[in-house]
Design a protein around this ligand. Structure first.
Ligand code: SAH
Length: 598
């Protein structure tokens, strides 16, 4: 009985010897016949011994498959070779189709082994950096066997789903429009500056790697030997490398465009507000539904604003807000809102939106930030960022005006959070697609907006309701120069407008007390904890200019020499001398023995 033949369907990788797997090598060596496209046979020439070679042209794939099956059935071991992986736009499927046509089954027919190889998506990605870190797809732009409408639909779906896309067969001499059309479709979903890598002949002698963008990719050479890798909305370029993060970022503050979540915090639920967490999925679903209704309300509210002929530009609206707020008008509005609150079965979202649209109708707000948000094309992947900021009505001012409260209501919307703190500011956490717009809105309403985190914050007293405002310009100057400056650990500067220092400023990291035109300076307080202690008085009678210069020098030293996460009081103690000021150990107050004795 003749030996049973075998089909070895082999992917030999991108084209260099080192990238061929061990099994692919031995399979090539153990076969009697090699069947493959001319160029591929040349690429593996170094592995060949005395195998019979059946070379064919590119377009003769079907005849290659038929020939392979015929030879295997005659009892030979036949290697069918494909570049990359034979199962990815390669010969594997085709060989199976020929076999199936002939009634082949595994039990009765020739033996078949498919040997995996490194496909172009992987080899090309490796040369670009790490672009395929997240959900990706491959799309072949060859409409030789697939109707273009189907391909276009897949490109559309990939765009919609924010998949990283690897385009195989992107362009040939004859097929040139497909890549142009693909670019057009993807630009509906991704910005023109989305990173794109063009890799030609990866791991071959003529290898070329080009890093470009979705907008400009057609200005470069793209041919039959190129794989085009298009990043998703998060893909970045760093030092010539294209890198896609493993997930999506949502936290946003003001000092950096995107605040990376620390590695050890990534898995916390609060950083994954979108996840389907066990047990709460129903609640989440509900939340999503509510969010939807807010968007509807918001667009309704925008509709009102537009119907009234309001200018949808928030910048303009806020300026108008700043000078047209009348306390009385707002109080009236507030009454209507309170009355509305008495009606049952209305969500806080409805009330908030109603309040906003009342203000819009009365011309107090020309349109709302929330409504403007709804205008931004909202698909799944332009997930709102969560803007987290500290807001206060002023350096020396602790009173919010009704106008400012209305602006806060407007920006916080239904899904935002307003947290009262003991630090003379509130923390806003607002889901938004346009964080700049929100901080502009708050600033235009005369509020102070500062980043949170490891930055410098200025805390001042209320200058006796701004009657003792003599030193206010210095507090404002401190804020202007140093507010939001990033430092090793969050640092508070306490500012007291008179010798009473009644707001507790001398317990802060750095403190200053204004007395008769001059300042006393204090360093290294620890406002909280069991071993809390006031700051050490290091200078008295500094002129305003001296004070600012000293603070500048102190902060520069801390920024430059402080360890990451080292609090200022610890830093001062460790280095012993900051900007010429010497640290002295804090003396605990004497314990007075009880007169009554034991
Ligand atoms: N089976 C192969 C794909 C064959 S389709 C695989 O798994 O990689 C042919 C397409 O693959 C080419 O048009 C090109 O887009 C891509 N390709 C294959 N080898 C490549 C290489 N070395 N460098 C870049 N692209 C390659």
């Amino acid at each position: 009985m003749a030996t049973r033949g075998k089909l070895l369907i082999i992917g030999f990788g991108p084209g260099s010897f080192e990238q061929i797997t061990e099994r692919a090598r031995t399979a090539i060596q153990e076969s009697d016949v090699i069947i493959g496209y001319n160029t591929y046979v040349d690429l593996i020439r170094g592995l060949l011994t005395d195998q019979e070679i059946v070379r064919t042209g590119m377009t003769e794939e079907v005849s290659r498959a038929i020939e392979a099956v015929r030879q295997a059935e005659s009892g030979k071991k036949v290697a069918v070779i494909s570049s990359g992986d034979a199962g990815v736009y390669g010969m594997a499927g085709l060989v199976y189709e020929v076999l199936i046509e002939q009634g082949w089954t595994e039990a009765t027919g020739v033996e078949v082994e498919v040997i995996p190889g490194i496909s172009a998506i992987n080899s090309c990605a490796s040369l670009l950096g790490a672009p395929v870190m997240h959900d990706a797809c491959t799309i072949s732009l060859s409409d030789h066997l697939t109707p273009w409408e189907v391909i276009a639909k897949r490109v559309e779906a990939a765009g919609m789903g924010d998949f990283i896309v690897a385009l195989y067969n992107p362009r040939s001499g004859r097929r040139t429009r497909q890549i142009v059309e693909t670019q057009r479709i993807l630009l509906k979903y991704r910005s023109a500056d989305t990173p794109v890598g063009l890799v030609k002949s990866a791991y071959r002698a003529s290898q070329q790697v080009v890093l470009t963008t979705l907008g400009e990719m057609l200005e470069h050479e793209i041919g039959m030997l190129t794989t085009v890798i298009i990043g998703n909305r998060s893909t970045k370029v760093y030092d010539g490398k294209m890198i896609t993060p493993r997930g999506y970022q949502r936290k946003y503050t003001l000092d950096r465009a995107e605040q990376p979540i620390k590695m050890n915090e990534r898995l916390r639920e609060e950083h994954e507000p979108w996840a389907l967490h066990g047990g709460v999925s129903a609640g989440r679903g509900e939340k999503t539904k509510r969010a939807g209704s807010v968007e509807e309300d918001a667009s309704r509210s925008l509709g009102v604003a537009l119907a009234e002929g309001a200018n949808p530009s928030v910048g303009v609206a806020l300026e108008a807000r700043a000078n047209s707020f009348g306390g009385v008008a707002v109080v009236e509005d507030a009454t209507e809102v309170v009355n509305a609150a008495a009606a049952p079965a209305r969500s806080s979202a409805d009330l908030a939106m109603e309040a906003v649209s009342l203000l819009v109708n009365r011309g107090v707000l020309e349109t709302s930030v929330v409504a403007r948000e709804a205008q931004v094309q909202g698909d799944l992947f332009s997930q709102p960022l969560i803007l987290e900021i500290a807001v206060s009505p002023g350096v020396g001012n602790k009173k919010l005006t009704p106008a400012q409260m209305a602006v806060l209501l407007d920006v916080v919307g239904e899904d935002g959070e307003f947290e009262y703190t003991p630090h003379h500011y509130v923390i806003l956490r607002v889901p938004t697609r346009e964080p700049e717009l929100i901080s502009e809105a708050l600033t235009a309403a005369g509020m102070i907006v500062q980043p949170l985190g490891d930055v410098v914050q200025i805390k001042a007293c209320d200058f006796c309701n701004l009657e003792k405002t003599e030193s206010l310009p210095q507090a404002e100057e401190l804020l202007r120069r140093f507010g939001g400056l990033s430092v090793p650990k969050e640092l508070k500067i306490g500012f007291a407008g008179c010798g009473m220092a009644c707001y507790g400023s001398v317990n802060e990291d750095i403190a200053m007390v204004y007395r008769r035109g001059k300042f006393d300076l204090f360093l290294g307080g620890k406002a909280i904890g069991r071993n809390a202690h006031p700051a050490q008085r290091v200078a008295e009678g500094l002129e305003p200019e001296q004070l600012l210069a000293a603070v500048e020098e102190i902060l520069a030293a801390y920024k430059g020499k402080g360890h990451p996460d080292e609090r200022f009081h610890k830093f001062f103690k460790r280095v012993g001398d900051v900007a010429g000021f010497h640290h002295e150990d804090y003396q605990a107050p004497l314990v007075i023995e009880s007169i009554c004795g034991d």
